[in-house]
Design a protein around this ligand. Structure first.
Ligand code: HEM
Length: 128
């Protein structure tokens, strides 16, 4: 599977999960886990959708194993942050290490994405 396909597929799945979460908050009137909903939607739907747009613009990166790994790490980090933030905001301090690990994961993964972007820029400059 290409990185873009995984990005779009996971973006839609996480968007649906985030929207259902939003509806549950709206119906129950309990908005305490709102930050987890926001993180799930923004890291899950928005960011993954953006990765999915970037990768096909650069087909050689899209086909690479590194890009696929970058997307998988992002998915794992997003789920970890969301779980941690939800636990914290529903009064369970055990969520703290999950939020911390997930945050570090997505930060490191953004650096990996940045490296892919910079490497591409360098290769384009060399080819010119
Ligand atoms: C079925 C769709 C959705 C429902 C029912 C829903 C519902 C909610 C609810 C009930 C809140 C809490 C509001 C509050 O307590 O002030 C909220 C917050 C939020 N939602 Fe959604 N949402 C949906 C989709 C989305 C989407 C698509 C996005 C982003 C692209 C999004 C981003 C956010 C953000 C950033 C917040 C936090 C706002 C703040 O800081 O006050 N939501 N949503």
């Amino acid at each position: 599977m290409k990185a873009a396909s995984l990005s779009f597929l996971s973006a839609v799945l996480l968007a649906v999960a985030g929207m259902v979460w939003g509806l549950v908050m709206a119906i129950t009137g309990d908005h305490s886990t709102m930050p987890a909903h926001a993180h799930l939607i923004l890291l899950g739907w928005v960011s993954l959708f953006l990765f999915g747009i970037f990768y096909p613009l650069h087909p050689s990166i899209d086909r690479s194993k590194t890009a696929l790994i970058q997307v998988w790490i992002w998915i794992a980090g997003t789920l970890c942050v969301t779980l941690g933030v939800a636990l914290i905001h529903s009064g369970h301090a055990i969520g703290d290490p999950f939020a911390a690990a997930g945050s570090m994961t997505v930060l490191a993964d953004m650096l990996l994405f940045g490296w892919l972007v910079i490497r591409r820029e360098q290769r384009t400059a060399t080819a010119l």
